[in-house]
Design a protein around this ligand. Sequence first.
Ligand code: NAD
Ligand code: MG
Length: 386
Amino acid sequence: MQKKRVAILGSTGSIGTQALDVIAANPHIFEVEVLTAQNNADLLIEQSLQFKPNTVVIANDSLYGKVAEALQPHDIKVFAGANALKSVVQMDTVDIVLTALVGFAGLEPTLKAIEARKPIALANKETLVVAGAIITEMTERYKVPILPVDSEHSAIFQCLAGEFHNKIEKIILTASGGPFRGKKREELAHVTKAQALKHPNWSMGAKITIDSASLMNKGLEVIEAKWLFYLEPSEIEVIVHPQSIIHSIVQFEDGSMKAQMGLPDMKLPIQYALAYPNRIASDFPRFDFTKYPSLTFEQPDLETFRNLGLAFEALKMGGNAPCILNAANEIAVELFLKDEIGFLQMSDLVEKCLQKIDFIQNPTIENLLHTDTYTRQKAREWSKPS
Ligand code: NAD
Ligand code: MG
């Protein structure tokens, strides 16, 4: 059997390194063709020496010399800069592109990969949040599958196997509730980034960990689900499930519900997306019901965690509103991680941007690029005390 040749955008991150674990465990099925990273040149070099990709990209130009010196003697091509990401995804020798980079930076390489008819294993949810309408239109035009890596969307996708023709009544996305579940607004006013970075169930990159603490992650996932599964906002619900065992649920027209479950481990959805439509044997730890005698569920607290409501609002507004929401949130998280704004101010900043930045009903890619840049600039400005 021909091996599947994988391009991993963001190979040094949480999803990227776990994807390499999956590939290392299945060398007869997968082969690494492209690896890319932003700043972590040392790990990128180490990964490249182990997996021997054809091509490597270091997005931060200033690190090109270091990476090239280490890898060119091993016959590995090295490129630098954000534009290189857009060309490596189009290489003839790439069979599937895993978008494991974080934030808006995932958008343009994903568009290029779709144009080159490469199936996308999509971890970078921000891409679908920002440009869901355009991406969906393109995947239909180029007949390219988007295979979800996000655990909730992988769960829905797995529940839909054999059911794609059946109407969905609603989906229920589960949320762990993050480290601040049960806390009220007053208690969140002075939480630190160290507290916010301690996720109870998942070990992930810093940005998504803060998004999980603020429930923005679930908001972004609601928008991601709309585009992946062609749903109306009213057909998407969120329920807090602190044990993170049920990864999400589909309810069909006849009232039947299907849930996908397992221990929280991103390797499983990563492997499912890379190997789709096949399942492959794994030695991932198995779930044991007797160790989890109670799986519990509760309503999300929308008054404390305002981001979830803001994301639903942006979804209903449509147009460039989710792009504004995403850009404002990326800046809010960055400033929170630099101790420049408090935890609650993150939602204030997102709300202000959604209210004040010009709405565009049917944005082009150029409109979205501009909305992103402009929102980032305004969010920085508005974060300063006047
Ligand atoms: P991370 O911060 O651990 O890793 C990000 C990777 O992207 C790194 O390799 C980094 O070098 C690269 N990168 C960052 N900024 C870049 C830029 N501007 N240009 C090019 N490369 C860049 O992030 P992560 O936790 O692995 O998350 C990656 C994506 O997957 C995010 O969109 C996140 O929402 C999604 N996701 C992650 C998890 C998880 O468990 N970590 C789960 C579901 C979805
Ligand atoms: Mg998720």
